[in-house]
Design a protein around this ligand. Sequence first.
Ligand code: MN
Length: 728
Amino acid sequence: MQTEIEKREIEDLFEDLLKSFTRPLSAENEQLIRKAFQFANAAHMGIRRKSGEPYIIHPIAVAKIVVSEIGLGTKSVLAAILHDVVEDTEYTLEDIHNMFGAKVSSLVDGLTKLSGTFDSNQATNFRKMLLTLSDDVRVILIKIADRLHNMRTLESMPYQKQLKITSETLYILAPLAHRLGLYAIKSELEDLSLKYKNPDVYQQIKIKLQSEEERINYLVFDFSKPIQEKLHEENFDFTISGRPKSIYSIWNKMQTKNVTFDEIYDLLAIRIVFKPKEGISEKRQSFDILSLITDIYTPKPDRIRDWITIPKANGYEALHVTVMGPQGQWVEVQIRTERMDEIAERGFAAHYRYKEEGASESELDKWLIKIRELLRNPESDALDFLDEFKLNLYSQEIVIFTPKGEMKMLPKGATVLDCAYDIHSELGNHCIGAKVNHILVPMSHVLKSGDQVEILTSDKQTPKPSWIESAITARAKSKIRDSFKQEQKKHIEEGRNQLNEQLEKLNVKPASNTLKKLINHYGLHSKEQLYAEIGMGLVSLDNLETTLLEKSVNKFVKFWKLSFVFGSDKKNETLVIDKKKPFLLNEERKANFQLASCCNPIPGDDVVGFASNEGQIMIHNKSCPEAVKLMSSHGDDIIEATWTKSKMLYYLTHIYIRGFDHQGIANKITNVISNEYGINMRSINLDAHDGIFEGNLYLYIQNTDLLETLITKLLNIKGVDTVSRKEI
Ligand code: MN
């Protein structure tokens, strides 16, 4: 049971929750919340979290986030306090219904269905839940609060569970928080994920950020001083602040853009939040401030973003401008009213509140309707759906116009085909192209904001498998897929026959290792997919012989060691693989492993193992997107794996190099690689154009230490500008 100290602590936390409501609670609502607390406290009595705390601390903390970080009201707080009661205690949904009414019990029901973590089955649950999203988005908002608290207290969880929870958070919950406009929560979720997944990286960036703080503060001060003076002169009531970048966003940029910490951190960002004066529109005043700023600093052309005239789909409104600062650096300035700021910080919840004050149907509502439509389609596979859904979560929007002048929002990168399917699925199915701004374009043409689009159709047209490549929206892709799903079986049959025929000619049996090799080669997932793609003509068998003879990455490895930890009993098992025998064929070995072809991990990389159905352990880089996806959908199969370094290993590694072209540069590069380091090369391609050279080096490297030394050395060659490791 609870100790006296614990009782008092719980009492304090609860009173603190009551105080965090910004608007005063009615006596009736306060009574209800007290009742829910007492009920939940009694129901969870005697149960403790992994950390040893009494369980009730968790629901109170979730309720606190719901009020003070998301800004929801009484019903959501009740649901948050009660969210684990049905799942974890003897009480039923009916009890909740009787005590707190239909709305609260339906919220708790939604949360119970979403409890725990997602596996492929949970993905189905998730899908069901999204179906009710447009009826009550609060279920997801409370779920996000629940996850945020679990992430904040992840410390006491076992490692495997930490990996699963963080992967899932990055995979689905952070994007959802982003789409719902909860920027602060989204950043915190990402930062916490990084902290548990890559603790070293996280600490490094954190320390660097702290050491930069003073310099940045000075830059912000220096930059804002003249703006502050101007705004005071014009009687604006405002606050101005430097916007800190999140650790995760810095790491993410470093990864995806191949830049250093310093290159990112030189980008300053400033935010101005003001209280609008009466009688003049918010938009007018925002532009007035913009104009005051560009009187002082020169704006970068094409870098004024007006999210006030057309807000983002998640409701975000602001004016953004990038200007040249006093020390020659680019500074992004965001201009928002207090209302816009609240929407930006609290997202959908705030938007919803303002909407009651008479705004029209928001873009978010339209988005929710589309999600519902997509989910109604019983054909699409739940995990596939999550994949594409997630892609659409992060997308930015463009605005296009129909010939009648009607406005349509589409995600950035959308094509003519996406647009056609967005208007009507029949229009999509018969699309042959379009006239964009009166010029004829193919269906794969990527649309730009402001385009006028007239879809052209033909009755004879039918969807083709290759159309998938011409579309980026989940909606279009799923419609295209549906339309030829029936033919899938036929394709598989055709593909299998074609492949077997070709293999027979080469005198090769269609054994599982042969198929596996082909599956890996084409980056596919299964036999069925391989057959189907052959049947549809997406995979050509012209080079079958060369493909089969091609030495896989693993063949060059002579010898290496990987240690695995199986299950929670932390029993260490070390496998020593002798590469003289291809291990894929070695039937006696009780546990085999394979290096994933998507990220090609080499010794020294931070890796994770993943048990597949075939009894194999697939080794991925921890940061590999495929691994993140696998961990979040099949988290129970995670196997901890670490490298033991060995001098005898060689791994094929791809290095990309770029710089200014000058006489003899190719010689210098090969000299460093083969003479100074004695590294074996598989191939080197250097290509020069307009004074710039680019090259792809395929080298056999022993480990990451050597790779790093080599990269530094290559960077020291005069003219070389960029050297980075790439996927093979
Ligand atoms: Mn919970």
